[in-house]
Write a protein of this length. Structure first.
Length: 347
């Protein structure tokens, strides 16, 4: 069972950064900088952290590295020691059912709250088999469903899958990240049709559409509108203090019933442009992880852009594109705030 204050925080919504992996120049876990990232997110006001997800690098599960448990444990231990406020701890869970259940059990043992269940890679599985897979994980931990875009390992998931998934009481939230408007709407419609609006928390994972997702009312027929209450995003692994402020501005518009300001709408397109550069949209997201690392490196939180897979590196022209958006949109960053506190996080 999810602790009431954690469930309340999840439903209320917030900023959940997808936690990167800090490595040194020899490809080993840099524990000092890994802790610093967690401390940064907590002090920035994040409502949770997600570990073991794409941004943490799926290769941490490779026996050559053996980093899944150490990285999960380090984030949870750091969080426990750094703050007493309610923080939603999300563990990414992947693989076929046996592996996924084992990963959920590990996360439960380490005191994680929710399993983010990816069905990427389970191509050819029928809808009933996928739902049974999620049900098995849900017997171990409450589940956040996950629509991952195909470009980074996901698969197309029909409305029927989401409608069936929402019959499972263990599903308490969904991260919607297909980078596709129609597929995003499929998920929200399934929540409405299942009668679980207000019960299942919707989190955007569409890093290319963050502000618009948070502001958009999804209304089906005569029903009350549904909204995304937060986001679980790689884009929010950087500039997190600013992300918390933007999220608060969006929620104020929604709860206040007003219209978004022209400045907020302009910021929406600027953030999408910045995300395209950092995530390397021009090369089908090949440089996504090194792009995130590059921003954090410039802030002094990471020492380099290294990934466990040496084939993951910045794409041609990506560095110049990052330079361009940083020059054009300095108000998207939290550089000065980070600089004031970084040494304390690294201590």
């Amino acid at each position: 069972m999810l602790a009431p204050r954690i469930r309340a925080a999840l439903r209320r919504g917030g900023v959940i950064p997808a936690h990167p992996l800090a490595l040194d120049g020899r490809g080993r876990l840099d524990e000092r900088r890994q802790r610093a990232l967690t401390r940064y997110y907590l002090d920035a006001g994040a409502g949770g952290i997600a570990v073991g997800v794409h941004t943490t690098q799926f290769a941490i599960r490779d026996p050559r590295f053996g980093l899944l448990e150490p990285v999960l444990a380090l984030a949870r231990e750091t969080s426990r020691m750094w703050t007493n406020r309610p923080v939603v701890h999300v563990a990414g869970v992947v693989g076929e059912t046996g592996q996924a259940v084992a990963e959920a059990a590990l996360a439960a043992r380490l005191d994680y709250d929710v399993a983010l269940v990816s069905v990427g890679g389970l191509d050819g599985w029928t809808v009933p088999r996928l739902v049974a897979h999620v049900r098995a994980v849900g017997e171990v931990l409450p589940v956040m469903g996950f629509y991952l875009q195909p470009a980074v390992g996901g698969r197309d998931l029909p409305y029927d899958f989401w409608r069936a998934l929402l019959e499972l009481e263990c599903v308490i939230a969904i991260k919607v990240a297909p980078f596709d408007r129609n597929r995003t709407r499929d998920v929200v419609r399934a929540v409405a049709d299942a009668g679980r609006a207000g019960d299942v928390a919707l989190y955007t994972g569409n890093d290319d559409h963050i502000v618009a997702d948070l502001l958009t009312p999804y209304r089906f027929g005569d029903g009350a509108p549904l909204y995304f209450v937060g986001g679980l995003l790689g884009q929010w692994a950087m500039w997190t203090r600013r992300a918390v402020a933007v999220h608060a501005d969006c929620r104020a518009v929604v709860t206040g019933g007003g219209a978004p300001s022209p400045d907020l709408l302009a910021l929406a397109t600027q953030l999408t442009e910045a995300n395209a550069a950092i995530f390397d949209a021009a090369h089908r997201y090949a440089g996504c992880l090194p792009g995130i690392h590059e921003v954090l490196r410039r802030q002094g939180l990471l020492a380099g852009t290294w990934c466990l897979d040496p084939r993951e590196h910045l794409s041609p022209g990506q560095l110049e594109d990052i330079d361009r958006v940083l020059t054009a949109y300095p108000h998207l960053t939290d550089d000065a705030w980070v600089a004031e506190r970084r040494d304390g996080w690294l201590a």
